[in-house]
Design a protein around this ligand. Structure first.
Ligand code: ATP
Ligand code: MG
Length: 502
């Protein structure tokens, strides 16, 4: 069948007439290249940074790069289904997650979707995951402690509500254990918790959730999980999703504790994305904005002023070091962003000193203003005494005949180290911590054998809580020890020690 030329030109003219109408909208683009979870899309002139794009098969992508003639997108779903030439639509929205009390007790993925098999999450609204942190005028200084229940931390490295305290150490040094114990200890303390697992094994996350359930801590906790098997973009957004859920509660005037476990893997996921997006690599191949990645996240932790509701977010980011090197790129970044760090050491851990906290390198830059007075009374000389002890310990290894003063210091240091040992899942109420540290400070433990110290402390607590419970109640109420109180406590300890000797 022959086609007349004038018919063809009419067809073409018709096409041209509608051409501009069809492509007028810059809300529709086409995929030019796709691979490794990254798609380059042409034609989305109005796309925003961080905006969600809808790909075929209901797969979403997030805009990460705005180039001159294309946008770089990371895909948040089964990216092998996306092909060159696929149509992409703008949604006009940035990533949002559900927020509210319906999340308590739940385990969700980085997009806030449930993964615990307990049915859909009940929520009435969502929040965008990126938000500018509260400014100076909206904030108030940190003045209330968050009790971790861990003697070494509450005494030497106190953390306040609204503070950001880094937990840093090599692999398998008890980093997660510290964070989980802190969550367990928040039971009945009016503090909600969010645990964000980034790039961990699914089995590790399951174990943490099981433990939290066992100790009744899931009732006030949300777990956000982006495991090692998940896509890098999900690992990248998981901590922002977590803090967004926490912010909802903070804005309602509540205190929230959020744990990021861990930000090293978060940085690695971001590095992968950046390199795939062909951003220029910098030091250790991380992109130039990796500092901003963590600072904009951790800045969102704060204590709000009373006129803004008075809520708070306390952040415990975790960083894994290689061979104890805290001067690597990511560790130094996060150290400089946070208000202090708890440094865990493999040697101490292997020597049985657990939690393996290095008392010299660990600091809290704001917490002591939020420490209870009684805790300050028993812990003010602790760090110095431990420093003296460690110095003498290294020195005494070379000589055998030591003078009595040195021997005394060594015995006292050993007793202190023993008191600071604490098992996993055994957070301790602050009253007991104060009493134990008081006994150590008054040198009642120096002459005991190492293995007798904890049994003695157990007896002491049993004795006090049974027959002298007024001593505990007074601490709970006043959070301070008067001279008279110290005399009475001292007598109880002395009597117990003598009765045990006899
Ligand atoms: P990873 O680098 O693999 O994340 P991590 O630094 O988070 O490790 P954990 O998983 O918390 O370390 O702890 C490592 C091991 O040490 C676990 O088996 C844990 O049970 C044990 N552990 C941690 N803290 C203590 C403690 N205070 N007392 C006894 N055992 C502990
Ligand atoms: Mg861990």
């Amino acid at each position: 069948m022959a086609i007349k030329t004038n018919e063809i030109s009419a067809l073409i003219k018709e096409q041209i007439k509608h051409y501009s109408q069809k492509t007028e909208s810059s809300d529709i683009g086409t995929v030019i290249t796709v691979g490794d979870g990254i798609a380059m899309v042409y034609g989305l002139d109005n796309a925003m940074l961080g905006e969600l794009l809808l790909f075929p098969h209901d797969i979403y992508g997030m805009v990460m790069n705005l180039n001159e003639d294309s946008v770089g997108t990371v895909l948040l779903g089964e990216y092998t289904l996306i092909k060159e030439g696929d149509i992409v639509k703008r949604t006009g929205k940035v990533v949002e997650v559900p927020v509210g009390d319906g999340l308590l007790g739940r385990t969700v993925n980085a997009l806030g979707q449930p993964i615990d098999g307990l049915g859909p999450i009940k929520y009435d609204h969502t929040r965008v995951i990126e938000r500018i942190a509260p400014g100076v005028m909206q904030r108030k200084s940190v003045d209330t402690p968050i009790e971790t229940g861990i003697k070494a931390i509450d005494a030497m490295i106190p953390i306040g509500r609204g503070q950001r305290e880094l937990i840093i150490g090599d692999r398998q040094t008890g980093k997660t254990a510290l964070a989980v114990d802190t969550i367990i200890n928040q039971k009945g303390k009016n503090c909600l918790c969010v645990y964000v697992a980034i790039g961990q094994k699914t089995s590790t996350v399951v174990r943490v959730v099981e433990r939290l359930k066992e100790f009744g801590a899931m009732a006030y906790t949300t777990v956000v999980s982006a495991t090692a098997a998940e896509l890098d973009p999900l690992k990248y957004i998981a901590p922002y999703s977590g803090v967004t859920m926490a912010e909802e509660w903070m804005d309602k005037g509540k205190d929230v504790l959020i744990v990021y476990d861990d930000l090293s893997k978060h940085a690695v996921a971001y590095r992968t994305l950046s390199l795939l997006l062909k951003r220029a690599p910098g030091r250790e191949a991380y992109p130039g904005d990796v500092f901003y990645l963590h600072s904009r996240l951790l800045e969102r932790a704060c204590r709000l002023a009373p006129e803004y509701g008075g809520g708070s977010i306390t952040a415990l980011p975790i960083i894994e070091t290689q061979a104890g090197d805290i001067s690597a790129y990511i560790p130094t970044n996060v150290i400089s962003i946070t208000d202090g760090q708890i440094f865990l050491v493999t040697d101490l851990f292997n020597a049985g000193q657990r939690p393996a906290i290095d008392s010299g390198l660990s600091v809290s830059r704001v917490g002591s203003s939020a420490q209870y007075k009684c805790m300050k009374q028993v812990s003010k000389s602790l760090k110095i005494e431990l420093a003296n002890f460690h110095e003498l310990q290294a020195f005494s290894q070379f000589g055998s005949d030591l003078d009595t003063e040195t021997k005394k210091t060594l015995a006292h240091g050993e007793a202190l180290m023993e008191v600071l040992k604490q098992g996993q899942y055994q957070p301790m109420r602050f009253e007991r911590q104060v009493i134990e540290l008081f006994a150590a400070q008054k040198r009642y433990l120096d002459d005991l054998n190492e293995e007798d110290i904890h049994p003695f402390l157990d007896k002491l607590w049993l004795n006090i809580s049974k027959t002298h419970s007024e001593l505990v109640d007074e601490l709970t109420e006043k959070k301070e020890m008067s001279d008279d109180y110290m005399k009475r406590l001292d007598k109880v300890i002395k009597d117990l020690k003598e009765s045990l000797k006899a």
